[in-house]
Structure formats: structure tokens, C-alpha cells
Design a protein around this ligand. Structure first.
Ligand SMILES: NC(=O)c1ccc[n+]([C@@H]2O[C@H](COP(=O)([O-])OP(=O)(O)OC[C@H]3O[C@@H](n4cnc5c(N)ncnc54)[C@H](O)[C@@H]3O)[C@@H](O)[C@H]2O)c1
Length: 257
């Protein structure tokens, strides 16, 4: 093993869905910096093109994809294959209490966060299993394990995604395909703009983690490169917390010595 190349992804074909913003954008740029050829897929193709413009010339390509469209996912899996690594980040949250939540909002959050994830794992996992290798990386959240009022449906989808990926790991492992989840803490992206615009809310979240601050989206990219690479060749069915200690620490009271 040449450890100097442990994290290299030279000539790996990677698809990042959600690459037009936030964590997906930074992941795509980091994967390309490690040698991968990256398709930046997003419903927001202008965002994906901005990502491409920020990366190494020729390493990244923009691709228009709405993951709520089953047929478009099937087409993408056929057009973009063979794919070595699939990363998907597209998700949404409606922060409301259960008693105020509408059925339409429930459907919207579950359709994107869980149903589309299922469609992606099935569509891209098939080719990976046939070829005998691949790495599937999905985004759960601290909300997959720990909640607060207003997180019900989002939290349920993020816990559900972990079980979906664990089962993918069980079913596809014998074919050489790995499947893992990354569980971020609070990260400054458009997804959390609502929180950032409320100073009290923003500061409370910063104080909760052991590091006492929010993450920048680029701080998630190392976990994606790791799980995509041979450095993680024996890692599957796992949930990698990148949460600044959020789930490790359960309160801020410091008992006297
Ligand atoms: N930001 C955080 O604090 C945080 C915390 C925990 C978990 N996460 C998870 O990390 C992942 C990435 O979050 P982010 O903050 O980078 O989000 P983001 O909103 O910045 O980016 C999501 C991207 O997905 C794309 N997208 C949305 N709907 C789509 C569709 N139907 N088809 C294709 N693309 C679509 C958007 O255009 C956008 O580019 C999500 O799964 C999120 O739940 C984020």
C-alpha cells in the first residue's frame, strides 16, 4: 500500500447530487482536487455551473437533475455510468411543530430526503453491484439521533436514511459496494439561513457543540473524500459524525471541582 496515495481518487468517476450549493459544492471541489472526475448534478444547474467554475478546469461537469423525477434519476444512472462514487446531499427541512405540520409539508420533506435517496441508491447501486465496486455516501444529520421541537419529519428522514444505507451496506457488501452516512452538526449553508438570520438561535447552536461554533461547508469535505477513497476500503454501514462534538456533549453545565 502506497500510503501517500491513500486518499487519491485519480480517474474515479464521481457523481455529487446537490453539488450546486453548500456541502455538496465543497465535496465536489475536494473530490476533484484529489483526482476524481466529478459530475456536479443539481436541480439548480446555474449553481452546479458555479461549482464547476471554481474547480480544476476539466475535472468537473455540470448536470441538470431533479431527484424528485424518478425517470430522470434512471436516465442519469444510465447516462453517467459507470460511476465509482455516488454522493447525495439534496434535502430540505420544514421547521414546525407536529401539531402545525401539514400533510403536504410531510410529503415534501419525505419525498426529497428519503424517497429520492432510495431511488438514487437503487439506480446507481445496481451498476456498482454489477461491476463489483462502489462507494455510496449519503447525508444524515445530528437530527438522526438527537432532536428538539420542530424537527419531527426532518429527523425521521435522517434516521431513516441511516437505516436505508445500513441495509444497502448489508445487501451490496458481498458485491464490493460500500454505503455510509455522514452526520453533520450545524453548518453555514443556505439550508440553515433561517437560523443564521436569528442571532439568538444561531448563538445557541454555536454554544451547544464542544467546539463552540458552527462549521463551514468545506469542513465536511474531508469526510466525503475519506469515504470515497481506499482509506475507507473496510468502512461500510457506518455513520460518521462530523458535528463538532454536538452528539457527544449533553449539556453545558460544568460541575464545580
Ligand atoms: N447545513 C447544515 O447545518 C446541515 C446539518 C446537518 C445535515 N445536513 C445535511 O447535509 C446535506 C447538505 O446540506 P446543505 O446545507 O449543503 O444544503 P443546501 O441547501 O446548501 O444544498 C442542497 C442542494 O440540493 C439541491 N436540491 C434541492 N432539491 C433538489 C432536487 N429535487 N433535485 C436535485 N437537487 C436538489 C439544491 O439546489 C442545493 O444545491 C443535506 O442532506 C442536509 O440535510 C446539513
Amino acid at each position: 500500500m502506497d500510503y501517500a496515495k491513500l486518499f487519491r481518487l485519480d480517474d474515479k468517476r464521481v457523481v455529487v447530487i446537490g453539488a450546486g450549493s453548500g456541502i455538496g459544492r465543497e465535496s465536489a471541489l475536494a473530490l476533484a482536487a484529489h483526482g476524481a472526475r466529478v459530475t456536479c448534478a443539481d436541480r439548480d444547474v446555474a449553481g452546479a455551473e458555479q461549482t464547476v467554475a471554481q474547480g480544476y478546469p476539466g475535472a468537473l461537469t455540470a448536470y441538470a437533475l431533479d431527484v424528485l423525477d424518478d425517470a430522470a434519476i434512471e436516465r442519469a444512472a444510465a447516462e453517467l455510468g459507470p460511476v465509482d462514487v455516488l454522493v447525495f446531499t439534496a434535502a430540505t427541512n420544514v421547521r414546525k411543530r407536529i401539531l402545525d405540520y401539514s400533510s403536504e409539508e410531510f410529503d415534501r420533506v419525505v419525498s426529497l430526503n428519503l424517497r429520492a435517496s432510495f431511488q438514487l441508491v437503487r439506480a446507481f447501486g445496481k451498476g456498482m453491484a454489477e461491476r463489483g465496486s462502489g462507494s455510496i455516501i449519503g447525508f444524515s444529520s445530528i437530527r438522526g439521533t438527537t432532536v428538539e421541537p420542530g424537527q419531527s419529519v426532518y429527523a425521521a428522514t435522517k434516521a431513516g436514511l441511516v437505516q436505508l444505507l445500513r441495509t444497502a451496506a448489508a445487501e451490496l457488501g458481498p458485491s464490493g459496494v460500500r454505503a455510509n452516512a455522514i452526520a453533520p452538526g450545524v453548518v453555514e449553508t443556505p439550508l440553515t439561513a433561517q437560523i443564521k438570520s436569528d442571532q439568538g438561535w444561531y448563538d445557541a447552536y454555536a454554544r451547544k457543540g464542544a467546539l463552540g461554533r458552527w462549521a463551514q461547508p468545506g469542513e465536511l469535505a474531508g469526510a466525503v473524500v475519506y469515504l470515497a477513497s481506499d482509506a475507507a476500503s473496510f468502512v461500510t454501514g457506518s455513520v460518521l459524525a462530523v458535528d463538532g462534538g454536538w452528539t457527544a456533549v449533553d449539556g453545558r453545565f460544568e460541575p464545580p471541582n
